[in-house]
Design a protein. Structure first.
Lengths: 250, 250
DNA sequence: CGACTGTTTGAAGACGATCAACCCCTGTGG
DNA sequence: CCACAGGGGTTGATCGTCTTCAAACAGTCG
């Protein structure tokens, strides 16, 4: 493993002997392909890394309007990004797990458009943006990776267009969370939701009560088992079918 | 005017004597600032341009799954992007007007994730993506512009998270459409909607009937005048107030 | 034990979707 | 010249889902 020491990877990658596996768990994984990776560029990338954290639940990593000077790669924990209006209402935009890159959208006007908050205990890698932008001009793969990260975020945001039944949204959310865990070598069916129900509700644009009720209905139908924040997906195919209304759009 | 001949600009830019105006009407406007623009790079960019069109209403510019090999700048007309599931239902993701750049999100997996369709008669500039990616590595401003375009799309997509009253969505939509026109030198209050009601409804995740009803309510309240696809914004401040629920989030 | 937050459950109400009908305009063909 | 068909748009009535308000409940920490 090339450089886990520098914290580019999440804490518990699967060591299956195939380095390409990291393409899906680390935003800079593309740079690490056995063939074609640029050793010098990788070294430069390492020089940019600055470890920050831990941030504890509720701590803000950056706020809306802060000067955009860096992007962050999640190394451990979960981060949420949110918008807040003057009346204090907030809208959660996304949850980020280890391997995800945060903050790139600040490039539009040199300010972060949203606030990033630690959901649980979070460790991050910080990359100075001017430096990484300069480097990406020299390393095509890095530039492409950065574009891909934004395109991915865009696609995720687009997924949420359209109004779908509460249960479909929830099923989709649970399945995706499971996929994320599975990508990092954990169980994809036995999962822990680190965020409170209210955050899930906000993210899915539902009332917390609706989340609770939908979850109960899923449980009554035997599709999941729920005990607090521990969730077991009992019938993934049925959940997929439920979420189909959303997922088959892409 | 540096190079309208190559079609980088929309057809009717405002000639107010301030070249920086183009920053808001042309995605590559940043490259054209009086000071700091790179003449050689600009020339190279021109060499990449390939004019395509006209596309007539309903014609597809690219489809979901097509190989991603180019991005397009809208020169005239309106383009919509949409997803379609196997049941034929479609979800409109965005409308693009002159100056907007389409297709960048195809970079994620080398395929366009959505279908781009002409809403009315459309003229485009086509840029081979490999070429523009190479060029952007040499021209920091271009690279930054491309990032900004994606960040902007992302922000627009995020705006639509959250569920807002139908009238607020409509007010927001009309105001934004007016802003786009105003940026290009047209009236921001007297506007023509080139797309059918059904497209507006789909885009806003509403039923066509709801769009019609909301529009009528806005008209009864004296906020707008509607005659077919011609809309006049009579009380922009009141519309802003109505849309506030959405817009004050950013 | 008691304050606290987060979660669940219940009952009432609001909003938008759906179904259905009608209207308006345009183009077409007898 | 008129009749008719077809699409887009509007209007009305009904229904379903989610929200809201309210209260009870569970887990945690002082």
């Amino acid at each position: 493993m090339l450089d886990n020491a520098v914290g580019l990877w999440p804490e518990k990658p699967v060591d299956d002997g195939d380095a390409r596996h990291f393409c899906s768990t680390c935003v800079f994984g593309r740079l690490c392909l056995p063939r074609g990776y640029d050793k010098a560029a990788l070294h430069e990338l390492h020089c940019l890394i600055e470890h920050v954290g831990p941030f504890h639940a509720g701590a803000e990593i950056f706020r809306t309007g802060d000067a955009f000077d860096a992007v962050f790669s999640v190394r451990a924990g979960v981060v949420k990004t949110q918008l807040r209006d003057e009346r204090g209402r907030e809208q959660i935009l996304a949850f980020y797990t280890p391997g995800d890159l945060i903050g790139l959208d600040g490039i539009e006007d040199d300010r972060y458009p949203c606030t990033a908050v630690a959901v649980d205990t979070v460790m991050l890698c910080r990359f100075s943006f001017p430096a990484i932008a300069t480097l990406s001009a020299r390393v095509p793969d890095l530039q492409r990776t950065l574009f891909a990260v934004m395109a991915r975020d865009l696609r995720m945001a687009q997924w949420h267009k359209g109004d779908f039944p509460a249960e479909a949204r929830l099923a989709d959310f649970l399945l995706r969370w499971g996929q994320r865990l599975a990508q990092r070598g954990y169980s994809g069916t036995q999962l822990t939701l680190p965020m409170p129900r209210g955050d899930i509700a906000n993210y899915l644009s539902l009332a917390p009560e609706t989340v609770s009720r939908s979850l109960r209905r899923l449980m009554d139908d035997g599709l999941v088992e729920v005990r607090g924040r521990e969730v077991k997906l009992c019938q993934p195919p049925a959940l997929v079918e439920l979420a189909r209304a959303i997922t088959d759009r892409a």
